[in-house]
Design a protein around this ligand. Structure first.
Ligand SMILES: Cc1ncc(COP(=O)(O)O)c(C=O)c1O
Length: 386
């Protein structure tokens, strides 16, 4: 195989998205092919990871994808998984052991919250929830058994941004492993490894794949931090199929173009809905302030809107919108609207939801790449007619 295997350090993200990895593929193919084989001829290896087998994440298609992911995340290494949850579960189970304690942001994605409270708890890992925007409150959560600090770059669905520098400093001071789920930002808007985070996680089902047609996850870290996690990932078995690797790598090539449009669409829709009749509040990271804003190049395609009329008002809005689909998820080319109380956070009790500000009338808007004016007009008309 010949071609461009190097990644000049001064390439910008859009160039890396197209050319990082083995850009001219195999047999002169400009696009890297799919190695749809689960097993490979014996290569003489005597180690587990040296054997080439798809569950071990080491087909040529996986290696091509992983090189691109590491380049985009500004990390030494990266691993793909069969979903964002597989990435999160593999990273946590690969790092923690029974008796360990973790400090976590109190407004995490519902699936991650449930992983902590139901699954990790059954294996003897305890969690303390903290307000990740308020460093002064973190010290009282520390225990002698605390091993990690877990946050999201932009929280789902209220779009708050943790004090990222303070998280890294706190984790270093107390010898904790720092984890960040950067799904809502995507590497276009922030690259947390450059801020000092140890483990960066993504649901690649969202912006990275970008077309609502592949379910995948990413763990990006130093080779040293990734090694034990990669081993656990092969035992948990949440491997990404080679065809899905190909789809994800294809999606990554247009990541920058898509996410910058999504940033612009979300800012425009959020601004248009602020103060509109029937809208109690608009949450968008780009309209808020935080000490971490300086690290962001944009604030993503997601905003959320609190409607005065609760779940009924949300149902009416969903019917009147003509562009957005009423469906969960985010980060794809099409705009989606959903009610977190019924989807992403349905696993939490109403009291748990209320405690973190997720009411029945909260609508999450995940902007796609449609024309900005069309989207703003559609949302304005649907809200006004309510
Ligand atoms: C912030 C965040 N992290 C992780 C996940 C889980 O990703 P997946 O559905 O790919 O498992 C989601 C899903 O919505 C999410 O929003």
């Amino acid at each position: 195989m010949s071609g461009n295997t190097s990644k000049p350090k001064d390439w910008h993200l859009d160039t890396l998205a197209v050319h990082s990895g083995r850009a001219d593929g195999v047999e002169g193919a400009v696009t890297f092919p799919i190695f749809q084989s689960t097993t490979y001829l014996d290569n003489g290896s005597t180690t587990y990871s040296g054997v080439r087998y798809t569950r071990l994440n080491n087909s040529p298609t996986h290696e091509q994808l992983h090189a691109k992911l590491a380049a985009l995340c500004s990390t030494e290494a990266a691993l793909s998984t069969g979903s964002g949850m597989a990435a999160i579960a593999s990273a946590l189970f690969g790092t923690l052991k029974a008796g360990d304690h973790i400090i976590a942001q109190d407004t995490l994605y519902g699936g991650t919250h449930t992983l902590f409270t139901h699954d990790l708890a059954r294996f003897g890992v305890e969690v303390s929830w903290v307000d990740a925007t308020s460093p002064a409150t973190w010290h009282e959560a520390l225990r002698p058994t605390t091993r990690a600090f877990y946050v999201e770059a932009i929280s789902n669905p209220l779009c708050t941004i943790a004090d990222l520098d303070a998280v890294v400093a706190f984790a270093r001071k107390h010898s904790l492993r720092s984890f960040i789920d950067a799904t809502f930002a995507s590497p276009v808007n922030v690259r947390p490894a450059t801020l000092g985070f140890d483990i960066v996680l993504h649901s690649a089902t969202k912006y990275m794949g970008g077309h609502s047609d592949v379910c995948a996850g990413v763990i990006a870290a130093s080779a040293e931090h990734l090694a034990p996690i990669a081993k656990t990932a092969t035992h948990l078995g949440g491997t990404l199929d080679p065809h899905a690797c190909f789809l994800l790598e294809r999606g990554l090539k247009t990541l920058g173009l898509r996410v910058r449009r999504q940033n612009a669409n979300a800012l425009a829709v959020a601004s248009a809905l602020q103060g509109a009749a029937g809208v109690a509040a608009v949450h968008y990271a780009g309209l808020q302030e935080s000490p971490s804003h300086k690290h962001f190049d944009g604030f993503g395609g997601v905003l959320s809107v609190e409607l005065d009329g609760g779940a009924d008002a949300a149902a009416g809005l969903f019917k009147r919108l003509t562009i957005a689909h009423h469906a969960p998820s985010l980060g794809g080319v099409e705009t989606l609207v959903t009610r977190p109380a019924a989807t992403s956070h349905v696993g939490m009790t109403p009291a748990e939801r209320a405690a973190i500000g997720i009411g029945d009338g909260l609508v999450r808007v995940a902007c796609g790449i449609e024309d900005t004016t069309d989207l703003v007009d559609d949302f304005r008309a649907a809200i006004t007619a309510g």
